[in-house]
Design a protein around this ligand. Sequence first.
Ligand code: CTP
Length: 422
Amino acid sequence: MTKLFKKIPEELNIYILNMRQITRRSNLSVYFVGGFVRDLILGVKNLDLDIVVEGDGIKFANDFAGLFMGKVTEHKNFGTATFVLNEFLKIDFSSARREIYPKPAQLPIVSPGSLRDDLLRRDFTINAMAISLSTSRLIDYFDGVNDLRLKKIRVLHPLSFIDDPTRILRAIRFEQRYGLKIEHKTLMFLKEALDLKMLEKLHPHRLRDDLIIILKENNPDRVLKRIQKLAGFKFIHPALKVPAKTFSLFKSIKKEINWFKAGCFERRSMDYWIIYLMALLDSLDLNCVKKVCEKLGLRKGETKRILAYKQISKKSISDLSSSSLKPSRIFAILEPLSYEVILMLKVKYSNRNLKRHILEFLEIYNGMRVFVSGDDLHGMGLKPGPSYQKIFAQVLNAKLNSKVRTKEEELALIKSLVKKRS
Ligand code: CTP
């Protein structure tokens, strides 16, 4: 056992033990590769195992998955398979391969290869190391360990960013995540790729995937700052400028997310990355934001939340900023909005009243419902129809404004409303 092997997170032991047994039985050469090895060396916890098999990676994945109750998804064209056991454990298997890029920024053509071929096709030296499962030895053809020690990000060949422009964003992301520096020549290649507008040539869906990964980083603001410096953001939309004040928004987002988490307001899972995207696109008008969402192929629900933020009326903001506001109005403005939009409002506007109204909404009014039901109205002799919704809305407003508290008071209110009408 090498020292490195001992650093593997305990929760992976059982899986690795089984993989080693299959490896021994089948006489295959199997390796840990990529980010898992990099993070092991850095001492950063990473449960995303990346396995390369010199041979049939898909068969190996299925042999392995047969021992557990997980699901294997095969990608036959690439000779890869993904095993998902639960939300915490995902293992990627692949057959060692060689890659040729037929055209810049297009997906590569793959053919079977050796471990060395497989490592040579990768982005940076720090991501091109392997550990043999059978011998536990580290394989480092390109001096990745030394680059980690020197805190350098280095490509394996000059055309790396042209072949795969997502690597421009990856280099910046790893640089900021681990406090590394893009090495001099690599930076030159990266800038050449930017001059050739390679990010613009990338398929927008690939751009989206890498952009979302950046926005999910612990400190996306640092990565975005560096992108701003090296590339600007015109590759997302030609009119997109990200002024200094947007960078202060990024800082506030982190603070507000922590505030939100500490308050335990969360009733459903949140996509925090969407808040960063809203801020990033803040200087664009509604139409341009729509175009960006379409181009990136964001999901319906994601687009809806981003556009909802752009469409909030000035009247709603001015009402939320006023010193006294009826709870029913706070509810009417905030209840239809997603948590992502509500947090973004708190980030964007420094007005104290607005912040207080948001807190009141989250603490008291969020999700408030009336006690009475359709059956109650029916029991009072009211015919089912659109009038039911109107009555419920009036009762809810009364409840929000503390005019009624109990079910009996709600029923009494309904009686008086019906009386007034007849
Ligand atoms: N890789 C590459 N070029 C890319 C994407 C990935 O060479 N454009 C290789 C790298 O060797 C990388 C590995 O595939 O380490 C796995 O990719 P991925 O899971 O995207 O990245 P990680 O390095 O694991 O990074 P993260 O910690 O962000 O998951």
